[in-house]
Design a protein around this ligand. Sequence first.
Ligand code: DGP
Length: 135
Amino acid sequence: MFCRIVAGELPAEVVHEDAATLAFLDHRPLFRGHVLLVPKAHLTVLSDLPADRVGPYFTLAQRLQRAVEDGLGADGSMILINNIISQSVPHLHLHVIPRHKKDGLRFWLGPRHPYDAEHTPQSYADRIRRALTDG
Ligand code: DGP
């Protein structure tokens, strides 16, 4: 679907375009001015982004963060990427969402799953460290 916006087949309120990326307003904004930043190439999740695109992509995300905050007079912002779970569009997109103090957003990260004797922090860290070494 975002490929169709990139191709110009579907309309969108574009705020930035360059050879590799497009940024446009989310059509169902959490708050007005909610921006989506997408690579033009069809990639699904963050880890699909080629290493040489990561820097430019996140540099642009930083610029958009400042532009959304400064341009809209927001107190802050939320940057979010869903990978597979909660990802309703299977084309990598980074959300830049303006936030205001007491804006009423109910954003609850929970329930939490504490470590215990059977599930130690060390065993989880070991698995991640091994995957980092293998990857
Ligand atoms: P996510 O839940 O992370 O997959 O967020 C996808 C967002 O994309 C969601 O907030 C709505 C937005 N969206 C979906 N389809 C379109 C579209 O065709 N145009 C625009 N502008 N936004 C879209």
